[in-house]
Design a protein around this ligand. Structure first.
Ligand code: ADP
Ligand code: ZN
Ligand code: ZN
Length: 679
């Protein structure tokens, strides 16, 4: 390699442009991506600091104009060079451009807009009044986990601890050990606004030297937090995905809480899996990596069984007197047969009454927001669909202004894919019948049903619609925590990690919802949701109960969640994945092609599949598709998918690069967009 691409200092403009320099012979050994160098730049060839991002054999312009790297810069920051290596890794692994990867991984300095009042998230937490807390004495299981994790070198650790087993307390202990050694910790949680409690807990134990990366921070504020980390002003960073890029100079530990969460995979390019990036980051900085969950992903649990990760297990609830709740499955087919047409089974109904009498709290979980699932005509069966997407519209009982008359009316239809809204039609647009009505139950309708069935009960609802205002999450949660409500209704937002000691009943209103999703991970996600939701009950001294309502109660995800049997679920699920050749048994590359032009998309995806089949057959790659995506059209863009399976991920990545090149050259100026997902 004789040339190096160098970015001059880290700023927004510099990342958009890299400059090529010749590597003098005496430096060939030392220059590699991430290394800090001095290079002549601009008028007068003043020496400036820069970072090498890429090496190459050739330059594609006049060679005589290329300047030499002047030398290595002595103050190379370890963190920055690690992050540049990570960016190169991400670009390669997830098929993004290097620029996209660099912008994602490096703290980019941007102006903080005047007037934007700085809100320090930790201060805000303190204002909520959680204050300082004493550390509880670790119980036996927690002590064992801590020492196992500390003694592990060279491989990540998985902490499988049931809900309420006190994982947070283990994290705090480990972070303290790091602090004593002068090392820093990154704590990843799936979504900050939903897990305020974890942040509170950590902040109240660890005090001032902790910072939080909040999804509502501006880019300037985000940079400021990174900057504090780099300067050594803090030693714990808590945040969602992007906190993995915190430029700590002496990183000792990375914790990924609730490691099974889908939120750990980025949905914009580079579509990275933060668990994989964390493995890299830990290797580069010699840090420990800890993955924690009550419902480990089958991928991670398999790695633990294979010895790629160490495994620590905690099976008891930590809090004094806390017991695991009783789990009852209500068969909704029986309820219907007995004439019960309500959303509540008789059991759930009577338990809610009981809790209201005792002054204890109930959480009702339903993973569908809005009023009803869809709107259809009883006379002809017509279903109201989005004009821009292949999905039915969801009914909401919000207010809207009638465009013709200007009158305010209730009930609005909205598309959860593109945001399109329309008024609820008075008559069927197809046959003119009056019998057009919303079907299925969403959280708004559930709220109405609760208020009607239990008059006098104080009810709160938490879902994407009720939490649009800043701080709305915390407001609802603290209202509930302070006992200002008897029943909290919500989507999956309410199941994650919350610890409410007075909740003694959890009702899962429609457990089948997530089973019938056309995705090989549907059973796993159902198991996780049910277990996490159940885990909210009985965390204090009072006895708890969980009611799971289902039309398919014999499904193994429901049976094993009810039986609290993770190991059996894992065996069953892995049997299925093996049989069907799904991850983690094999690697799976999903290629998604998108275009506004349906004809062009047909052609491009057929040719892409042809190319992949042709090239893949020599190495034994299975190609499935092209087929239409689960929702074929979203926002007037058509989507097709091709699946590739093989034991070796490397082989799939090579094919992906070939395909990318093919689309780039063959469809240069025509609009075909590609994205990938590798498992
Ligand atoms: P998890 O994250 O594993 O679901 P948490 O960390 O939220 O569990 O802990 C559950 C409850 O147990 C919390 O109220 C916590 O304060 C309490 N707890 C944790 N460890 C101990 C301990 N060693 N002694 C007493 N209570 C504990
Ligand atoms: Zn009709
Ligand atoms: Zn739509």
């Amino acid at each position: 390699m004789s040339y190096a691409k160098v970015i001059i200092d880290i700023s927004a403009e510099a990342i958009d442009r890299a400059f090529t320099y010749r590597i003098p012979d005496e430096l060939t050994e030392m220059v590699r991506p991430g290394v800090r160098v001095k290079v002549p730049f601009g008028t007068g060839n003043r020496l400036r600091n820069g970072y090498v991002i890429e090496l190459s054999e050739t330059v594609d312009f006049d060679e005589s104009k290329v300047k030499d790297i002047a030398g290595l810069s002595p103050k190379a920051m370890k963190a920055t060079s690690d992050l540049i290596e990570i960016a190169t890794f991400m670009a390669r692994e997830y098929g993004s451009t290097l620029n996209q990867a660099l912008v994602t991984a490096l703290p980019v300095k941007r102006e903080i807009r005047k007037n934007s009042r700085r809100t320090d998230p930790v201060k805000r937490i303190e204002e909520l009044g959680y204050g300082e807390k004493e550390d509880e004495v670790l119980n036996e299981e927690q002590q064992k986990a801590v020492s196992e994790i500390l003694s592990e070198t060279g491989r990540p650790s998985l902490l499988y601890g049931i809900t309420g087993s006190g994982k947070t307390r283990v994290y705090i202990e480990l972070i303290r050990r790091m602090q004593k050694e002068g090392k820093q910790t990154i704590v990843l949680i799936p979504e900050i606004s939903l897990t305020y409690q974890t942040v509170n807990e950590l902040a109240s134990h660890l005090g001032q030297r902790i910072a939080v990366l909040h999804s509502k921070l501006t880019e300037g504020e985000r940079y400021e937090q990174y900057d504090r980390a780099q300067k050594g002003e803090i030693d714990v960073m808590v945040g969602a995905r992007s906190a993995i890029f915190t430029p700590f100079e002496n990183l000792g530990l990375i914790i990924i809480d609730e490691e099974h969460e889908k939120a750990y995979i980025s949905d914009t390019s580079p579509r990275y899996d933060v668990r994989e990036v964390a493995v890299r980051r830990a290797e580069l900085s010699g840090a420990k990596l800890l993955l924690g969950s009550a419902t480990p992903s089958v991928e991670s649990y398999k790695k633990a069984l294979d010895g790629e990760y160490s495994l620590s297990v905690m099976k008891k609830r930590a809090s004094w007197g806390a017991r695991l709740p009783e789990i009852i499955v209500s068969d909704m087919r029986d309820e219907l047969a007995q004439g019960n047409k309500n959303v509540f089974s008789l059991k759930l109904y009577s338990l809610i009454c009981d809790r209201l009498e005792k002054g204890e709290q109930t959480m009702l979980f339903l993973n569908r927001r809005g009023y009803a699932g869809f709107v259809s005509c009883r006379s002809c069966g017509f279903v109201v669909k989005c004009p821009h997407c292949d999905v039915s519209l969801t009914a909401h009982n919000d207010w809207y202004r009638d465009p013709d008359t200007g009158v305010r009316k209730a009930a609005l239809l909205s598309c959860h894919y593109c945001g399109y809204t329309a008024p609820m039609p008075g008559r069927c647009p197809e046959c003119g019948s009056k019998f057009i009505a919303p079907f299925g139950t969403g959280t708004q309708k559930l709220e109405q049903a609760v208020k009607r069935t239990f008059p006098g009960a104080r009810v709160l609802r938490m879902d994407a619609d009720s939490t649009q205002a800043k701080d709305a999450h915390e407001k609802i949660l603290s209202e509930f925590r302070n006992g200002n409500a008897d029943i909290l209704i919500g989507t999956q937002m309410i199941v994650k990690g919350h610890d409410f000691p007075n909740v003694t009943l959890v009702g899962i209103v429609a457990a089948d919802q997530s089973i019938n999703v056309p995705d090989y991970g549907a059973a796993e996600r159902t198991y996780q949701l049910l277990t996490q939701a159940s885990g909210r009950a009985g965390r204090g001294e009072k006895e708890g109960a969980v009611v799971i309502q289902s039309y398919e109660p014999s499904h193994y995800a429901i049976q094993m969640a009810a039986g609290r049997n993770y190991e059996d679920f894992y065996k069953r699920e892995m049997g299925f994945r093996k049989l069907m050749k799904y991850p983690p048994e094999v690697s799976l590359l999903s290629v998604r092609l998108q275009s506004e032009d349906e004809g062009l998309l047909d052609e491009a995806s057929a040719r892409a599949a042809g190319l992949l089949t042709e090239q893949g057959k020599y190495v034994g790659v299975t190609v499935i598709g092209p087929c239409e995506a689960g929702v074929y059209r979203v926002n007037d863009v058509y989507r097709k998918v091709i699946y590739l399976k093989h034991e070796k991920r490397e082989i799939l990545l090579k094919l992906r690069d070939t395909l990318q090149e093919f689309i780039r050259t063959e469809y240069k100026n025509r609009k075909i967009f590609l994205n990938y997902d590798i498992k």
